[in-house]
Design a protein around this ligand. Structure first.
Ligand code: SAM
Ligand code: SF4
Length: 338
């Protein structure tokens, strides 16, 4: 269905857990108490909402978290969602730690695409950012998924880490070194490497985003013959470039400094069952209480559909990430799912 601004909303992101096996500094620093399981939607409840969402025009679903692969039975859920009439695509966003061991199950469940989050190819910096020395394992999972023919994308958050954390001298080259290294992954693999501007949500508020006004010219300036790729690459607001001699593409999701909201097509379900209208604000509809209310299945389905329509209709025209006083979202990104 369309929202008040004429945007077709056909994409639902679902966070299935607030737990994670990494501790990225900008997302889940330190010890975070996870929610009791009764607070989290069951897979049956998620499938019930997804079914109602499909009836409201949702066609694509992305599973996220926390780290979705740490929740037991994640692949079973993917199979359940794939079986819903009207759902054409079920994809996953993961940190990749458990990817290698779950790939066969994911394939069997019919996964349509996997986004792997990797912010750096430097093992020491990876450990510094995520708290764990696991870069090799993530890269093995990424390569295996690619070899199996799964559509793979890389997501890297652009954070302006203080130069001393990069361990290098204070040269401009160092500032974008992680990005330059990651772009290299698109040379021999037909994958999209995408950079995402850090958003001031949760612990992200404590870090400085690298403005894409700086990153885009820094990356594109390195490659002669680089051209804008006008083809659609999926559901998102990324702007893509093609580099001569590279099989894959490089994308920029400029959440803060770019045209981001005009083509917004999504709503987000938190692991606790709150359907969010926009990343930046806390507006939305609490669906868990509707799911758990005593009523007939038909009444419940109608109440959920009505809640989904309300969430779509209260989508704002645009976010306000560049005006801190306007941001009403209080949750961590790990609770929302990115
Ligand atoms: N654990 C999974 C992962 O890391 O891919 C899925 C959840 S994670 C919250 C989804 C994405 O959000 C990751 O790519 C992560 O880097 C990104 N993210 C986390 N905090 C962010 C922030 N403040 N601004 C922009 N992206 C953020
Ligand atoms: Fe975990 Fe993903 Fe957040 Fe990193 S970004 S802490 S992997 S949820």
């Amino acid at each position: 269905m369309r929202d008040r601004f004429g945007r077709e909303i056909d994409y639902l992101r679902i966070s299935i857990t607030d737990k994670c096996n990494l501790r990225c500094k900008y997302c889940m620093p330190g010890d975070i108490e996870s929610l009791p399981m009764r607070e989290i939607l069951t897979y049956e409840e998620i499938a019930c909402i997804a079914g109602a969402a499909a009836e409201c025009g949702i066609k694509k679903i992305r599973i996220t978290g926390g780290e979705p692969l740490v929740r037991k039975g994640c692949c079973k859920l993917i199979g359940m969602l794939k079986a819903i009439p009207g759902i054409k695509e079920v994809t996953l966003t993961t940190n990749g730690i458990l990817l290698e061991e779950l790939l066969d199950e994911l394939c069997l469940a019919g996964i349509d695409g996997i986004n792997v989050s990797i912010d750096t190819l430097d093992p020491g910096r990876y450990k510094d950012i995520t708290g764990y020395d696991e870069l090799d394992r993530v890269l093995r999972g990424l390569d295996r998924a690619y070899e199996l023919g799964i559509r793979v994308k890389i997501n890297a958050v652009s954070v302006d880490w203080p130069l001393f954390e990069k361990g290098g001298p204070d040269k401009e080259e160092d500032r974008f070194k992680d990005a330059y290294d990651l772009v290299g992954l698109s040379r021999d693999r037909n994958i999209d490497v995408r950079f995402i501007e850090m958003m001031p949500i949760g612990s992200g508020k404590d870090f400085q985003a690298v403005s894409h006004d700086l990153l885009i010219p820094a990356v594109t300036g390195r490659y002669s013959g680089i051209i804008r790729d006008e083809n659609r690459h999926g559901n998102g607001p990324a702007i893509y470039y093609r580099i001569p001699g590279h099989k894959g593409s490089v994308g920029f999701i400029s959440a803060i400094h770019g045209p981001f909201c005009d083509h917004c097509n999504r709503i987000r379900l938190t692991s606790q069952g709150y359907l969010k209208s926009c990343l930046c604000f806390d507006t939305g509809v609490e669906l868990k209480s509707i799911l758990r209310r005593d009523m007939t299945d038909n009444e419940r389905a109608e109440a959920i559909r009505s809640g989904i329509r309300d969430a779509i209709l209260c989508k704002p025209k645009a976010h306000s990430f560049n005006r801190a006083e306007k941001i009403s979202e209080k949750h961590a990104m790990s609770a929302i799912g990115g």
